[in-house]
Design a protein around this ligand. Structure first.
Ligand code: SIN
Length: 303
């Protein structure tokens, strides 16, 4: 049962009053549709400030009816970090495209193709996760630009606020998780998701704090996800497995921390990877869905 304090709405703390954009919340807790902006053009400083406030408040920003090039996509992404992310897929080049729900744009390692069709055996992100949390510097955010949606509908993406997930824990549990770390292993999606042995030596494995402080909001978030985490090193194996299941049940089971994005062609969604987790729904086989993702690196998550 959520406590009174844990129901407090994050966005209300920020007193958003934008002049150059519109903000239409998907829920009071997470997700907002942003209007009045054309991502094919450079963003002016005032608009950038308003976007940053909206991102800190809602974590998942949805931009509709955008007609953009790869360069526009990357220019908008660069605004949020120190460099664009190159996925370990690109380095490993280890799986055929249909086996891993997309792959790299051969001409541009900073663009990840996310696609599914009648040949797909796997779809990217069909598990609660934060993107590539196995990296030493995991992306702080990702921008997925979808240009083709399934004819029969479906293919939504679910998001959950990891900030609210942390805040809803009891003080005792917050104290316990605040003293733990978690091992994020890139081999996990290989074995569990693709049914393959990971490439020798080429896949990152990093230990991150279980509770991180989000630099752009000052909030704490629970940074542990089913997609990548294999172990809490401070616990015995069985304790670790049981404790992780307890946390995943807490994170994934609270529908009041979630929002659901319904895609239309030419929608770009920018999500904060450190403050959220997401899950791509594959309910449209054998129909097709196509998009391109650019992810942003901005340092390493810290306690
Ligand atoms: C992902 O980046 O995890 C894929 C999300 C999606 O396809 O909706």
């Amino acid at each position: 049962m959520a406590t009174r304090a844990s129901r407090k709405v994050e966005a209300q703390d920020l007193h958003l009053d934008p002049r150059t954009i519109t903000i239409d919340p998907l829920t009071p807790v997470i997700g907002a549709e942003i209007g009045g902006i054309d991502l094919s053009k450079p963003i002016a400083p005032e608009q950038e400030a308003e976007l940053r406030a909206a991102q800190a408040a809602y974590h998942v920003l949805v931009f509709r009816d955008q007609v953009i090039t790869n360069e526009d996509h990357k220019r908008f992404a660069r605004m949020w970090g120190t460099r664009l992310h190159v996925h370990p897929y690109h380095v490993a080049r280890a799986l055929p495209e249909h086996a891993r729900g997309g792959g790299h744009n051969e001409h541009d390692p900073e663009i990840l193709v996310v696609k599914a069709d009648q040949k797909s055996r796997f779809v990217a992100g069909e598990e609660w996760h934060t993107d590539v949390s196995c990296d030493v510097e995991p992306p702080m955010g990702s921008m997925l630009y979808i240009t083709e949606t399934p004819e029969i509908g479906g293919g939504d993406t679910l998001f959950i606020s990891a900030v609210r997930a942390y805040e809803a824990l009891s003080p005792m549990m917050q104290d316990i998780v605040g003293r733990m770390t978690a091992v994020h292993d890139g081999a996990k999606p290989y074995v569990g998701g693709y049914g393959q042995t990971p490439p020798e030596g080429g896949w990152p494995k990093t230990t991150h704090p279980m509770v991180i402080t989000i630099p752009w909001s000052g909030k704490k978030a629970l940074y542990v996800n089913r997609g990548f985490v294999t172990r809490i090193p401070e616990l015995a194996r069985k304790e670790s497995d049981a404790f992780l299941e307890l946390l995943y049940g807490h994170i994934e089971g609270h529908v009041e921390f979630q929002c659901r994005v319904r895609w239309k062609p030419n929608t770009l969604v920018f999500w904060d990877n450190w403050s959220t987790q997401h899950h791509a729904v594959w309910d449209y086989y054998p129909y097709s869905r196509y998009g391109q993702r650019v992810s942003i690196v901005n340092g390493r998550p810290a306690a």
